[in-house]
Ligand binder design. Structure first.
Ligand code: HEM
Length: 149
């Protein structure tokens, strides 16, 4: 697993309130970028039909979980739920860079480059990949188990 550096963890925690305050705007900007990819948009169309809800929880969760980046061990049941949902909707490791490439520019779009400096975006990138690595590993296990069942 890629660990975020202590300096990045400090930056993430210091900037998390600003990101969460603008969470809806960041989420909206992120999905606009992400859904330019038709394959990814189709995964969410299917999910929205299943859940009857806009999949807004994803971006909100990234912001919220990143804030608790130094206590990720506490996430147990939440991770299981995300993994289950991701496996149902066919999320694979190769999709994670697409979300990172949508989320980080969205943060800059909304907060501007004075607040979302290169250092801030780099720190959020590290936090994202730390979470992503936990999910990717658990999802690979789940796909493998399903294949062996
Ligand atoms: C660190 C990265 C990610 C985090 C923290 C995250 C988090 C979440 C959370 C919390 C949910 C809602 C689970 C529930 O309670 O039902 C969710 C659902 C979902 N995620 Fe992720 N996710 C991440 C990456 C991705 C990626 C890379 C994709 C694929 C493009 C993806 C696609 C989805 C889809 C399709 C759903 C279902 C939405 C719905 O039920 O309406 N996620 N994710």
């Amino acid at each position: 697993m890629r660990n975020a550096s202590p300096a990045s963890i400090d930056i993430v925690k210091a900037t998390a309130p600003a990101l969460e305050k603008h969470g809806v705007a960041i989420t909206t900007a992120m999905y606009a970028r992400l859904f330019e990819n038709a394959e990814v948009a189709a995964m969410f169309d299917r999910a929205a039909q299943d859940s009857g809800e806009q999949p807004r929880r994803l971006a909100a969760a990234i912001l919220a979980y990143a804030r608790n980046i130094d206590r990720l061990g506490n996430l147990g049941p939440a991770v299981q739920r995300m993994v289950a949902r991701h496996v149902e909707t066919g999320v694979k490791a190769e999709h994670y860079p697409l979300v990172a490439a949508a989320l980080l520019p969205a943060i800059r779009d909304v907060l501007g480059e004075d607040i979302a400096t290169d250092a801030v975006l780099a720190a959020w990138g590290e936090a994202y990949w730390m979470l992503a690595d936990i999910l990717i590993a658990a999802e690979q296990d789940a796909y493998r188990e399903a294949a062996n069942a």
